[in-house]
Design a protein around this ligand. Structure first.
Ligand code: ADP
Ligand code: MG
Length: 364
């Protein structure tokens, strides 16, 4: 009988905060016992955003941020466990994703880079730490992303309904759960990161709360059509993308002098349409779309998504799961897979040659 507690930690591409989840694993079920998002200190957040944007070499900044983020993750987990009233010795392992600063899974020398030194996490917490989940899948010829679909399958698969789980983080990805067929999934295209970047260029604040600013604009059909021509959208899965592609430098050449608020409105429709089109094209039997990630809190984006899809669209809360905790819990689960010698990747998702046990182990 297996019964163990794991902590999962991830800072997603939106760089809005460190998501933490406490996951209970036993033979019967996976249960998210607690979750918390810790805001990143302003200076660390700025450096992480900068590292994910720049094209040059900034090895000192990279090395510094690697250590600083590792220490911050460790300290945040210590505080999280204290708040949960769980002793460190009761945690089987931490699964830490870290922060992606570059994701280039295609080409002759593909690579993906996550920072947040796991040595510092193990040192700061005294808990066995598993990290570096993506690179083994890449080494086996996979996209290294998305890694959450098998966890989505464990949480949300239903024997009599085809479902898609949409995670609207900085980038959007879907998991396709169809009874009797292997799980598939891929990045559909932009998520919150592009909306946030445009919003921040024209407003104070990190993001457009509930899409209120966008809602005051009108959809620019010509711009929407141009955005929907983006070649990534029609690439056959397996595929993954990042802020290396969907950023303001990508958007700028498509803009003539336009009202910024109308651009924001159009980006919301574009984000929804790219996701909905992917469901229709690659998962046409989908009867329900369950949404997790911060984008589910954007009421306008959710309305745009519902408008673009023929089937019901629901936040995962309607299925009893905290939509902010799913990704962090997935990395707790991946730590469990690592320690029990089970594969973490799904070749039907990432395109890897075969299943692989993912992650490096750092002793307490
Ligand atoms: N109330 C809200 N209204 C609009 N957008 C929101 C709201 N709450 C969260 N978001 C969006 O969700 C993002 C964070 O989503 P998250 O799932 O944490 O992404 P990531 O995994 O990339 O970190 C924010 O940057 C913001 O764009
Ligand atoms: Mg986040």
């Amino acid at each position: 009988m297996c019964s163990a507690l794991y902590v999962g930690a991830i800072s997603g591409t939106s760089v809005d905060g460190l998501d933490l989840a406490l996951l209970h694993v036993d033979d019967e079920a996976l249960t998210i016992e607690a979750a918390h998002t810790e805001a990143l200190p302003g200076n660390l957040r700025r450096v992480l955003i900068d590292l994910a944007q720049r094209h040059g070499d900034h090895l000192d900044a990279l090395g510094h941020a690697d250590t600083a983020l590792g220490q911050f993750i460790g300290q945040s987990i210590n505080e999280f466990l204290a708040r949960c009233k769980v002793r460190h010795e009761d945690i089987a392992a931490i699964g830490s994703h870290g922060q992606t600063v570059r994701h280039r899974p295609d080409g002759t020398q593909p690579f993906t880079m996550q920072i947040g030194d796991p040595n510092c996490i193990a040192e700061t917490t005294g808990v066995l730490t598993v990290a570096d989940f993506r690179r083994r899948d890449l080494a086996a010829g996979g996209q290294a992303a998305p890694l959450v679909p098998p966890f989505h399958a464990a949480l949300f698969a239903c024997t009599d309904e085809s479902r898609a789980i949409a995670n609207i983080g900085g980038i959007s990805n879907i998991t396709v759960l169809a009874p009797g067929t292997p799980v598939t999934g891929f990045d559909t295209g932009p998520g919150n990161a592009l909306l946030d970047a445009w919003y921040q260029q024209h407003n104070e604040g990190a993001y457009d709360e509930n899409g209120t600013w966008a809602a005051g604009g009108v959809t620019l059909q010509a711009l929407l059509d141009a955005l929907l021509q983006d070649p990534y959208l029609s690439v056959e899965p397996p595929k993954s993308t990042g802020k290396e592609h969907y950023n303001l430098e990508w958007l700028q050449p498509k803009l003539s002098p336009l009202e910024p608020q109308d651009v924001q409105r159009t980006l919301s429709v574009f984000t929804a349409r790219s996701l909905a089109d992917a469901v229709e094209r690659w998962a046409p039997a989908t009867a329900r779309v369950l949404v997790c990630g911060g984008g589910r809190l954007n009421q306008l984006l959710m309305a745009d998504l519902a408008g673009a899809l023929a089937c019901p669209v629901e936040p995962v809360e309607e299925h009893g799961i905290d939509g902010d905790a799913v990704e962090a819990a997935a990395f707790a689960w991946l730590a469990h897979r690592r320690l029990t010698g089970q594969p973490g990747n799904e070749p039907s998702v990432t395109g890897a040659a075969a299943e692989r046990v993912l992650g490096g182990v750092y002793s307490p």
